[in-house]
Design a protein around this ligand. Sequence first.
Ligand SMILES: *[C@@H]1O[C@H](CO)[C@@H](O)[C@H](O)[C@H]1NC(C)=O
Ligand SMILES: *[C@@H]1O[C@H](CO)[C@@H](O)[C@H](O)[C@H]1NC(C)=O
Ligand SMILES: *[C@@H]1O[C@H](CO)[C@@H](O)[C@H](O)[C@H]1NC(C)=O
Ligand SMILES: *[C@@H]1O[C@H](CO)[C@@H](O)[C@H](O)[C@H]1NC(C)=O
Ligand SMILES: *[C@@H]1O[C@H](CO)[C@@H](O)[C@H](O)[C@H]1NC(C)=O
Ligand SMILES: *[C@@H]1O[C@H](CO)[C@@H](O)[C@H](O)[C@H]1NC(C)=O
Ligand SMILES: [Zn+2]
Ligand SMILES: [Zn+2]
Length: 539
Amino acid sequence: MHLSSMLLFLCVGAFMKCAAGSEWCYTGCDHTPSHWGDVSSFCLDKRQSPIDIATGYVKTDPNLHNFTFVNFTSKHVIKSITNNGHTVKCKLEENAVEVSGGGLNATYSALQFHFHWGDTEHHPGSEHTINRHRYPMEMHIVSLKKDLTLPEATGDSEGIAVLGFFINATEDGDTSEPWTTLTSYLTNITGVGTEVNITHAISINDLIKDVDLTKFYRYLGSLTTPDCNEAVVWTVFQEPININKNLIQLFPEKTTLSNVYRPTQNLNTRQVYASPATPLTPGHSWCYDDHCSYSPSYWHVLPQSHCGGEHQSPINIDTETAMEDESLDDFTFTKFDDKHAIKYIINTGHAVKCVLKEDTVEVSGGGLAHVYSTLQFHFHWGSHDSDGSEHTVDSKRYPMEMHIVSKRKDLTLKQALQTPDGLAVLGFFIQATDSTKSDGGSQDQETNPPSQPASDMDAWKKLTSYLSAIKNISSQVNVTEEISIDDLLGAVSRDAFYRYSGSLTTPSCNEVVVWTVFRESIKVDENLDYQHLLTMGNR
Ligand SMILES: *[C@@H]1O[C@H](CO)[C@@H](O)[C@H](O)[C@H]1NC(C)=O
Ligand SMILES: *[C@@H]1O[C@H](CO)[C@@H](O)[C@H](O)[C@H]1NC(C)=O
Ligand SMILES: *[C@@H]1O[C@H](CO)[C@@H](O)[C@H](O)[C@H]1NC(C)=O
Ligand SMILES: *[C@@H]1O[C@H](CO)[C@@H](O)[C@H](O)[C@H]1NC(C)=O
Ligand SMILES: *[C@@H]1O[C@H](CO)[C@@H](O)[C@H](O)[C@H]1NC(C)=O
Ligand SMILES: *[C@@H]1O[C@H](CO)[C@@H](O)[C@H](O)[C@H]1NC(C)=O
Ligand SMILES: [Zn+2]
Ligand SMILES: [Zn+2]
C-alpha cells in the first residue's frame, strides 16, 4: 500500500532522507523489493506484509465480528484518481468514510484506495496469496486510526487499518458499470504525477460489489511499500471482486506500470486469524506430490516452517564417510514386547500411523543422552514402480521405511519440538524377502547381509489387515490384535546403526531429531498385503 504523496510531503521537512538514490521501485532501479532494506530498515523487520495465507494454518477468531462501514454507499466520496509512479490511487473525501468493528479496536478514517497488479501478459499481481494462489489484482482501502496524524499512525502498532480485496478476472461479458467508469479514467493519468477529479457518481460499495464482508482474514503486518512501517492491522477478504479481464488489462496498459506488488514476506511467529464465517480448508495443505499448494519444494513457506533449515532430514548415508563412534552403545528397549501397546492405527492423509498407549514404550541407551517415551510409529513408501524409503544408504533407496518416534520423557511434546534432541526417531528399512525387485549389486550385499531371517509374518499380517479399514483420510481403527513392536522388527540387528542430528521429515520440519537409521532392513514376505499402502499413493 502506498502513502507516497504524504511521504513526499514528509520529505520536504526531512530532505536528507529523500536524497537521490533512496527512491524505491518494483523493477528497474537500484532499490527493488529485495533492496528496500536500504531505503528503510523497517522493511527487514519480522512483521512485514504482504504474506501468503495458508488456510490450513489459520485459526478462527470468534471476536472478528461484522464491520461497520460509514459512507461506503456514498456516491460522492471518491474525489480523484492519480498515477504516482508506483500505483493508481483514488483519494477519498477527508473524514467522511469510516471503518470500525470487524475486531478492530478503534474507529479508522479512510484516506484512499489503490491497486496492485501484474502485467499485460496475464501475469497476476495481487500482494497477498491464498495457499500460494496469486489473484490478478488487489485493492487496498487505507484508513488511519481516527484523529491520528500520519506520523502518529505509522508509529502506532495498530495505527493503520487496510482492507484488502482480491480482484479476479472473469472471461465473460460482465463489464460492471462502476469498474468500467473507474477504469475509463486510466486514459487520463498515463503520465506519472497526473491527477484528475472523479466526476462520476461511484461508491466504494459499487466497486466491492457482492463480496461477502463477513468472510475475512486478519493479521498484524506492515505497509507493503517503504517505509514498511509495522503499523497495519490487515483485513484480507476471502471472496474476490470479479471483474472482466479486459478492464484488469487497462491498469498495466494505460499506466505502463507493471508487476506493482511486493513479494510475500515471512510470517515468522505471527498467527493469521479468520472471522467465524470464513470457510477454512481442514488440515492437510501440504503433500508429497504436486497436487496441492505446498509440494515439498514449498514446505519452507508454510507458517512456522523450519523446512528451509540447514539440518534437514532425510539424508543419504554415505557409509564411506560415516565415522565409528564408541559412545553409541547398546539400546534399551522397554515394552517393545508389549502386545497391547498399539492403541489405534490412523490414515493421517500423509502416512499410516500406529499410535501407542501413553507412557508405556520407552527407548534409551544407544548413545542417547535421555530416556525417550515412544509415541507412535509410521511408514513411508513409494509406488508400484518406485521405492519409497526416506533415507538412502550409498544412494540406495529401499521399498519402505518405518519410523518409531519417541520424545524426551522429561519434556512435553511442545517443549520437545523446540529442543535440539527433543525427539529420537528409529528408522528401519523394509524390503521383501524375495528382493529381486530392489536388490542391487555387491554394495547391497554389504548393507543387507542375506542371512537376515524374515520378520514375524503373523504380526505383519495382523497389522496390514487393518489397512482396508482406513482407506479414507483421517479414518482410524482401534488395534485389538496382539502385535508388539518386537514382533514387527523380528530378528533385525539393533546393534548396527547410523546416527546423526536432523529434523522431522514433514512440515514443520523442526530440527529436533536424534536420528538412528538401522543398517539391516526388516524383511517381510513379498506376498504381504502391504499393497494397500501402494494404492494410497506416494508417501
Ligand atoms: C453479520 O452480517 C451478516 C450478513 O450481513 C448477518 O447475516 C449477520 O447476522 C451479522 N452478524 C451479526 C452478529 O450482526
Ligand atoms: C458521509 O459523507 C458526507 C460527505 O459526502 C458527509 O457529509 C457525512 O457527514 C458523512 N457521513 C458520516 C456519517 O460521516
Ligand atoms: C486489540 O487490542 C488487543 C489488546 O491490546 C490486542 O491484543 C489486539 O491485537 C488488538 N487487535 C487489533 C486488531 O488491533
Ligand atoms: C475467478 O474467475 C474464474 C474465471 O475466470 C473462476 O473460474 C473462478 O471461480 C473465480 N474465482 C473465485 C474465487 O471467484
Ligand atoms: C479524460 O480524457 C478524455 C480523452 O482524452 C477527455 O475527453 C476527458 O475530458 C478527460 N477527463 C478528465 C476528467 O480530464
Ligand atoms: C470412506 O468414505 C466414503 C465416502 O465418504 C464412505 O462411503 C465410506 O464408508 C468410507 N469408508 C470407510 C472405511 O470409512
Ligand atoms: Zn497497497
Ligand atoms: Zn517419518
